[in-house]
Design a protein around this ligand. Structure first.
Ligand SMILES: [Zn+2]
Ligand SMILES: [Zn+2]
Length: 372
């Protein structure tokens, strides 16, 4: 992946203007295209399109060492505000700053003073699922959630639907590992023993331990680490995967124009550590699979990681937040695949009704049973 031609930041962030009137193009999820809001000109895009500018993988060590400010910012003016309640930082266009936090609904938003601008996203998946479709699947999702309180059904469940670009890190690395272990092979022997004065035999299982060793080459491609603070991690896992290895689009401001972008709070250093832990666990498992025999012990793995690169990418997510009682709940939809996952309150009343109904049924059954 290192041979890719890296676009200069200026090329990547070049504004794409409407070929008809020169206006700023804007991404439209329903049309899956960049559309001119002034004259309606459409510049279509399909996931299979050949990508004219290859998406750069950036060198991790270099990025962690450098102090300069290149490769930062969104390529267009954004105002960052932080929610006092859930701590999420949202980057809005100056004329579109929302009154409430998209993640928890709190009105307590304060300007965020960054020490440095956020690292410029290399790429993104644009929204492909329009809000109308998401509202429909939220309604269906809700309909199958039997124990949820009734008054939620008509309440603000879909009113607060917001499209957000969430920050993610993806990491690549080539690992070379050598391992040693004791491979265990099972074998059985017959043993005789005396019971009540009689000689009997039984089969006993033993393990023959033999030293074993081997090596492993593995390439990690786009290992994902979320950088979001606002979206609940458990829900994010449920709406993954995002097809980052195949469908990414080079970042350009027109894709995010009109949408809110969340600033990452898991920074590159922290995300890289997280990624290393994930890779080490995976390498250990891969080596364990190589150990011959029926079982193993004392597996020691030595690994070296080369060519660690990363990308900062934005993933499209539809989000509804609502409070019920004192708690805040979220419902997420993958803006690219449409996969949906949500938290919801349980209605104590409905659960109690169901329990009573079950008891009556069970009682009736035993009564009938007693009559036979
Ligand atoms: Zn135009
Ligand atoms: Zn919040």
């Amino acid at each position: 992946m290192a041979e890719i031609a890296v676009p200069t930041p200026d090329e990547a962030l070049d504004k794409r203007a409407c070929p008809e009137c020169g206006g700023d193009l804007q991404w439209n999820a329903a049309k899956k295209a960049l559309v001119c809001p002034y004259c309606g000109t459409v510049a279509p895009w399909a996931p299979g399109d050949a990508t004219p500018v290859a998406i750069a993988e950036l060198d991790l060590a270099q990025a962690l060492a450098k102090e300069d400010e290149s490769g930062r910012g969104y390529g267009t003016e954004r105002r960052e505000v932080q929610c006092r309640s859930c701590k999420a930082i949202s980057a809005f266009e100056p004329d579109r700053v929302a009154a409430r936090c998209a993640f928890c609904g709190s009105p307590a938003l304060v300007p965020y003073e960054a020490l440095k601008e956020a690292i410029t996203p290399q790429s993104l998946l644009p929204f492909c699922v329009p809000d109308t479709q998401v509202r429909e699947s939220i309604r269906r999702w809700y309909g199958t959630r039997w124990f949820a309180p009734n008054r939620l059904k008509k309440a603000a469940l879909t009113d607060t639907l917001r499209g957000l670009y969430l920050p993610y890190w993806t990491f690549d690395a080539q690992v070379h590992a050598t391992w040693t272990a004791e491979a265990g092979h099972y074998y059985t022997t017959s043993e005789s023993y005396i019971q009540n004065g009689q000689t009997r035999t039984r089969q006993v299982r033993h393990v023959r331990w033999e030293p074993a060793s081997g090596e492993l080459q593995h390439f990690f491609d786009d290992d994902l680490v979320p950088g979001s603070e606002g979206a609940h991690a458990g829900l994010l896992e449920k709406i993954e995967p995002f097809p980052t290895t195949t469908d990414l689009k080079p970042y350009a401001p027109e894709f995010v124009r009109g949408w809110t972008v969340e600033r990452y709070q898991v920074d590159l250093r922290l995300a890289a550590e997280h990624n290393m832990t994930q890779m080490q666990r995976a390498v250990h498992d891969l080596c364990a699979q190589q150990v011959p025999g029926d079982t193993h012990r004392n597996l020691q793995v030595q690994s070296t990681y080369r060519g660690r690169t990363f990308k900062h990418v934005l993933m499209p997510v539809w989000l509804v937040s609502y409070t019920y009682g004192r708690r805040s709940f979220q419902l997420l939809a993958n803006g690219y695949t449409g996969t949906i996952a949500g938290e919801r309150p349980y209605s104590a009343f409905k659960i109690a009704l169901a329990v009573i109904a079950a008891l009556i049924l069970a009682g009736g059954y035993f009564w009938l049973d007693g009559q036979r």
